[in-house]
Each structure stands twice: as C-alpha cells, then as structure tokens.
Design a protein around this ligand. Sequence first.
Ligand code: AGP
Length: 613
Amino acid sequence: MCGIVGAVAERNVVQILLEGLKRLEYRGYDSAGVALINNDALSVVRRIGKVQALADAIDDNNGKGTTGIAHTRWATHGGVTEANAHPHASEGRFAVVHNGIIENHKPLREMLKAKGYTFNSDTDTETIAHSIALIMQTTDDLLSAVQQAVKTFEGAYGTVVMDKTTPNKLVVARSGSPLVIGLGIGENFLASDQMALLPVTRRFIFLEEGDVAEITRTSVTIIDSTGEKVEREIVESNVEHDAGDKAGYRHYMLKEIYEQPHVLRNALKGRITADGLEDGIFGQSSNENADDIFAKTKYVKIIACGTSYHAGVTAKYWLEQYANVQCDVEIASEFRYRKSFVPANSLLVTISQSGETADTLAALKLAKESGYMSSLSICNVDGSSLVRESAISFLTRAGAEIGVASTKAFTTQLAALLMLTLAIGKHNNMSEETNLSICNALVTLPAKLEETLSLASEIEDLAEEFSDKHHSLFLGRGDQYPIAMEGALKLKEISYIHAEAYASGELKHGPLALIDADMPVIVVAPNNELLEKLKSNVEEVRARGGIMYVFADQEAEFESDETMRVVQVPHTYESVAPIVYTIPLQLLSYYVALIKGTDVDQPRNLAKSVTVE
Ligand code: AGP
C-alpha cells in the first residue's frame, strides 16, 4: 500500500529516491518523506500530500546524502499528518521506513515507553525505530539488531533501517510485504517494487519471506528465516522502463483503457489460435504437469479481491457453462477466516493483478494447508509473492498497471480465465464446436475491443448527464452480472458516485423502490439467451419513471427515447461479450470522473496494491 525506496551510493541519492517515490506514488499518496545520511548527519524531511510536495521541500541544505531511504504512505495507524509520515527516527540516529502493520505495536509501545523512549507519532512503525535503538545498546551490529528486533514483531513488514554511525549501510527485513534489492555498479538500491528502480538498474534480487539483508555500496548479504546466510538468484528485469509514462494520455487510466487491444494480443500470443489452445501454456507445477492436474479437477475454487474477484465471478459462469466443472468464487478476506469444505480433486485458483494482495496471499497459504489438489495463480506480476507461492502460474501480460482503477489487468484476467475454461473443458466433454467458437472469439477479441473503443466520444457525451448524480444502479444478467459489478466498482472508485450492481432479476425483490429520475440505471445488454428477460427488467424500471443508459448489442433492438439512452456495442461472440462490455463501462466511469474533477489515477483513500489486511 505504501512505497519504499532506498539507496547506498557514492553520489547524492536524493533524486534517485524522489524519482523512485514518484514511480511508486500510485501505491500510496497521502504523505511522503525521505531520510538522508550526509557526513554522519541524519536529515529527515516529510510532507503531507503528494511526492511533489516533498520534492518542493527539498533544497541544498536538506537534500544531500549518499545513503538514504524514502517512503510514500497510505495511512493505516495514525491519521494523515506530517508527524505520522515516514521515515521515523529514534535518538536522532536511526531512521526507519516500513510497509505493513506491526500488530503488537501497543505492547511494544508500552514496553519502549517504560524504557524511556518518547513517541512522536501515532504509528506502529515508530516502534520499529525505537526497538532497533534499544537493541543497539547491546550490540554495534545493525544487521544483528534487526534480526533480533523482527523476532518481537507480529504482523507484516517490509522495513528498511539505517544508522548514521554506519553511514554506508542499509538493513532490510521482509515478512508479508515485498522488497526487492536493485544491483548497481558500486552502488545498490532497494525498493518495495522494481518499478521504482528501473531508471537505475535492471538487475534485481527478490527477497523471500523471513529474509533480513545488509546492503552496502559493494555487497549484499542475505540471511534467511532460519538464520542461514543464503545466495538468492539475480533476475534481469524485462519490465518496460517507460511503463511509468502516460505516453501523451491525460491519465494512466485512459492510457491503460486504450492499451487493451494491444495487451490482449500479448496475452493470447503463443497460447491460442483459431484451432485451439497451445500445449503447456499453464506454468508447470513443481512436480506435476498442469494439464494432468486439469484432467483430475472436479471442482474449482476461485479466490480474489475487488476487480480480480469480479473476474473470478465471471469465470464461474464460464467454467460451469462451457467446461462442465463446478466452481465457487469467494472474496479472500472472507475465505481466510471461515471454515470451508474442500471436495475431492479441488483446484484452487487465485487471481491478482499485483500478486501482493495480503488477503489473497493469506487465503492461498490457508488453502495450501487445507487439502487442495493444486494451486494456480492468474497474475500480472512475474516474481510476485502469489506467483512464487502457487504450484502453477499463468501471467496475464497486461504490462505495468499504474492507475489505481484496474482496467487492462481485468480484461487480461478474463482472457486468461477463458483459456483456463478451455484447458479444463477439454477433459470434461467440451464439444469441439464450443471449443472452436471460444478460440475464434478470443482470437478476434483484440480487433473487437478496438471497435468498441471507438464509442469513446459517445460515452463522453453521455457522461455529462451523470455529473450531478449521487447514486446509480448497474444491471446485468448471467455472465454480465459480474461486469455490472465491475462497472459499479469503477464508477464509485474514481467518481465517488454511489453505485450498486444487481442481477436484474433481483430488481423486484427490493431495489425497484429506489428508482426515480435521479437514480440513473446502467444496463448491459448483449444479444444472448437472457435478452428477453432483461428487456422485461428494463420495462420494470421504465414503468417506475427510471432513466436508463443501455449498452446494447447492435442486434438487440433497443432504441433511444425520452427514458432510455442506448449506446450500440459491436456484435460479438457470446463467450467474450463480458470482456467487450467492460470497455464502455470503464470509459463511462473515466469520463464521469473527469467531469467531476476527481483524481482519476489516485482516487482518495485508495492504494494500488493492498499489502495490508
Ligand atoms: C480495482 O479497480 C481496485 N484497484 C481493487 O479492487 C483491486 O482489484 C483489488 O485490490 C485486488 O488487487 P489485486 O488484483 O492486485 O489482488
């Protein structure tokens, strides 16, 4: 949720840290700070608001240092104040940045206060700084002090510590929050995401759970959770360096909406043709072929959060309709705290853009102990915790997604799930006709998305009618119900308009009471077997004075009138219609947010990667 950057070098690292923070700002953006060691002096600068406010506060006096750490915050413990912003210091000597939550911070705080430490913030993180200071009374080795300190912490942390008396050194620890070391020449770096460091290096070491590491200009020493010194693989990154640029678009979200045909082509490349799925496209499990696992699969459990959960709900319709396999979908934060039953031959599927969502990772961990036959992750980030901890992984290849509102990650997840449907369906009597129809649908999908994007100006015009509204209803049926859910999430997330989604057959069971001219009703209406049912639901709304915006198939015979505005969506294969209909809903929320003047890429109170519970 927050972002961490660190550097130890011979040159002044302040610009490296600020650039890194800017590249991570989408992860947390309520305050930011930097701590630098310059000639054995420690300086800390912190500001509320965006990284630019911090950059504006840096000058020649406070902006020099060859070793430094920096942080962009998404508040958990303690409000958005300068005092609560990281880095936190102790004794004017130690500085700490931290992602995650130290759950036992209250007893730690009491213990440290009793030892004479004064707290200057309401954060859990400050307990890390004082804990290190306390332990350093009995050792002069920062690495060993951090090893001892983390043994007293409960919860999740990715943390970096520096000590002005050993100025050419950073010590880092990872448990539940990712950290990556970037290797330079005569200088080394550290971040919570490789994206922050791409301007300075492409060589990375991904720390593993329980690792503690010491980083100097010329060395990296890693101690694993058992206390053993270990060597970790150096990975050459192929993430695009300019993925952090807007490429001329006004917002990352708009850029990412328009990238969808291109990233879908990437997601399908080498995996599927009009004749069928290629072999071996699902990453091999450590000891079993993925296809052998699919052949045995009798039940699929999908676990995810937010938009990724909506992809999972869509896949339930596909897996049961096309692949003849039972499927349930559950929100990770619910699954992890309840007892559930695991039928024989169950496959666990987790879905995540980031691969670092705390609830999804915890659910995966729990499920692995509960008798699932195997685990498959559908994820956008290679090397992420979810990918590393799943037996099989399938990368969505959406490229870096910066906008907090997930767009291209969602549509590539859907394409991946449709390929999974084919892979499982082939062992469950999926007809050749269905197989070929889905393959054709996927192969022609990128062009269909290009066609659908041409609706943008019509949707921009329609968005004008939303700017003064406070509530909205999204309706869909069948596999378009989760698309309505996703449309509602997008609208509320970036325009702050209250939006709810209903399976339209549910209207008469309560929500019809809400209908009036001030409650726009958005309907997704592809030309499928539920169309006539949906038309009846539309009439129910019309009869009660509702105003509707209908995204309808060209052949669905909806016509605009005084109560209904129809946007005609290109006719498409039924199987990929959920992906196609996602596009107009993304555009609608984007243009409504634009009119309302909200912060589209960094909406209030949210963060891109939810690495705390
Ligand atoms: C979607 O627009 C949101 N940003 C959010 O719901 C997101 O999908 C959710 O937090 C899950 O994230 P993940 O896919 O990285 O696990």
